[in-house]
Each structure stands twice: as C-alpha cells, then as structure tokens.
Design a protein around this ligand. Structure first.
Ligand code: ZN
Ligand code: ZN
Length: 172
C-alpha cells in the first residue's frame, strides 16, 4: 500500500495520521519467500516541522520462516518501530541523512517498502523451532522431532559415506 503525502510536503507545519496496513502476502528474498502470518492496521504519523519530514509508527508483523535444522515453519514476530526524520528537499543532492529513505518516490510513501526494509534489517541469522531442535535424519530425511528412524547415521568408513550420498540423491 502507498500513501500520497503531497499535502504535507507543501505545508510548512502540518501533522497527519494515516491508518495503514502492509499489503504484501510474503516477504520475497533471495533465500526464499516468507509468508506473512499476522499483520494489523496501524497509525503512521507524518509531520513536517520547518524543512524536515518526520515519519513515525509502530506495529508488529509475523512471518513464517523455516527452521534452520528441520525446515518446519516458525512463526517469527517482528516488532516494527518507525522513526525517520529527513529533509525531502535535500534528497536530490544525495545528502547523507536521506540515503536510508528508500520508501519515498516523489510524494508517494510506500508503506510495504518501509515495513519490509525494517524486517530485512531485523532478520535473525538463524531461526530454530526450538533450542534443542533435533533436525532431519541425514539419511532418510525424517524430522527427528516427530519420531525416530532406524537409520545408522554414524558413518565411520568414508566409502560408506559416499554410498550414502548416492542413496540420498536418489531419495531427493
Ligand atoms: Zn526445527
Ligand atoms: Zn533416518
């Protein structure tokens, strides 16, 4: 979703509240697509004081991210705190403080871009469904949190490991 803030840009001193909601269904990244499992409307406050624009807002969004070990989807909460202040007239000059303002295009503020950028910087390097997740069996691929299999996962002989690799590629 986008909002048009031309009225605010044109006024030297004005405050407006917008009821907004992220409209994307999934966060698309190089490493995969993470579906949005929960989001809610929130108030985005846009104000102008002298030559500075100020954008603030707070919400929470949840994404389903696969567990690093067992690949089960983990409902991950991202608290979002937006607080940007910049001079829109300096945007064209490439001033330093406007480098991070990627969610503006002229007088259009892109709420989805604003939120997704906040998520990307907060993404954990590792997501686990639980601290002691047992992961997948390296032989049959079974999720070891849900049960056990009879595979011998202890491989002493490197030639056996090579054969296991071949079996694994057949199973995939
Ligand atoms: Zn797991
Ligand atoms: Zn197994």
């Amino acid at each position: 979703m986008t909002i048009n803030i031309s009225e605010i840009l044109a006024n030297p001193s004005v405050v407006r509240e917008f009821r907004v909601e992220p409209s994307f269904e999934a966060l698309e990244l190089k490493q995969g697509s993470y579906p949005v499992s929960r989001k809610e409307p929130f108030v985005l406050t846009v104000s102008k004081e002298a030559d500075k624009l100020h954008v603030t807002g707070e919400t929470e969004i949840h994404l389903l991210i696969p567990c690093d070990r067992c690949l089960d989807e983990v409902d991950t909460a991202f608290p979002i705190r937006i607080d940007y202040r910049w001079n829109p007239d300096k945007e064209a000059d490439g001033a330093e403080d406007v480098d991070e303002i990627t969610f503006m295009d002229g007088c259009i503020l892109d709420v989805d871009k604003l939120i997704s950028d906040e998520i990307v910087v907060a993404l954990p390097t590792k997501v686990l469904c639980k601290e002691d997740c047992k992961g997948l069996c390296s032989v049959c691929g079974m999720n070891l949190n849900h049960g056990t299999c009879d595979c011998d996962r202890h491989v002493a002989d490197p030639r056996m490991a090579a054969i296991q690799d071949i079996f694994r590629s057949f199973n995939q």
